[in-house]
Design a protein around this ligand. Structure first.
Ligand SMILES: C[S@@+](CC[C@H](N)C(=O)[O-])C[C@H]1O[C@@H](n2cnc3c(N)ncnc32)[C@H](O)[C@@H]1O
Length: 238
């Protein structure tokens, strides 16, 4: 995928943190998806729907764009403006209580959001797996802690994140938290390569959250954190 194709959409209005399209780009380059137009994909915690747009354009598949803080109506207006309302369906539901059909999705993608709701063991099996088709794929990219600091999030990140520091977990810990199941074939977690580019794009904006992040980038964010990539491949039907 060529990120330059999406520059016009990546703006102060659509960004909610480090450039989510850089994170998505790395996931899609590492694990390319081959989907047909009738295949169905979930963008979980889609925010303003920027990632949903890119997923729709890159895969050609149908996308359900689900978020909690941003209403379906607000995202629908953006999808109409972008001319993708036929391909992307906006939904506003809590990831802890989704109402999709069982085995509806070929692929679930979640960028910069899974750490808000998915950090308890068993969450994936209970709340996400039932909606995934056999042989399906889940791609997740989230901020986290470097492996060498596993278990030290509160101690290292609280000055920057306050109470939210607990959400930052290492790739090693995320592998354990995703856990296993007889429907899961493989789980891989890793420190992603897109860290500097994704952060530089965000810190260059004048968003108030970015201004705050700028103060902590050299002392906390860069030395201790990373983006955690998570790839989950399901088994073919049993
Ligand atoms: C930092 S934003 C990232 C949004 C988008 N994925 C992106 O990368 O631009 C985190 C998103 O997680 C979503 N989120 C947090 N808790 C959630 C939950 N329980 N269920 C669904 N979405 C949730 C929020 O609504 C928010 O839009």
């Amino acid at each position: 995928m060529n990120i330059d194709n999406y520059k016009a959409y990546i703006s102060a209005e659509t960004m909610m943190g480090p450039n989510s399209i850089r994170i998505l780009e790395e996931l899609l380059n590492k694990y390319p998806l081959q989907l047909a137009p009738n295949d169905v994909l979930l963008d979980l915690g889609c925010g303003t729907g920027l990632t949903s747009l890119v997923i729709a354009k890159e895969t050609g598949a149908k996308v359900f764009a689900n978020d909690l803080w941003i209403s379906a109506e607000e995202n629908r207006k953006r999808f109409v403006k972008w001319g993708v309302e036929e391909q992307i369906t906006p939904i506003c539901e809590d990831a802890n209580n989704l109402h999709f059909k069982k085995k509806q999705f070929h692929v679930v993608i979640s960028i910069d959001s899974y750490h808000y709701f998915g950090g308890n063991k068993g969450f994936f099996q209970e709340k996400i797996l039932p909606f995934m088709q056999d042989n399906g794929v889940c791609l997740i990219g989230i901020p986290g802690l470097k492996d060498k600091y596993t278990g030290c999030a509160e101690e290292l990140l609280s000055d920057w994140l306050g109470y939210d520091a607990y959400m930052f977990k290492s790739p090693k810990l995320w592998k354990e938290l995703i856990g296993d199941d007889n429907r899961i074939k493989l789980v891989k977690t890793w420190e992603m390569d897109c860290f500097s580019k994704a952060w530089n794009d965000w810190l260059a904006t004048n968003n108030n959250f970015a201004l705050n992040d700028r103060q902590y980038f050299e002392t906390i964010i860069k030395p201790y954190t990373c983006f955690v990539g998570i790839y989950i491949k399901l088994n073919k039907s049993l």
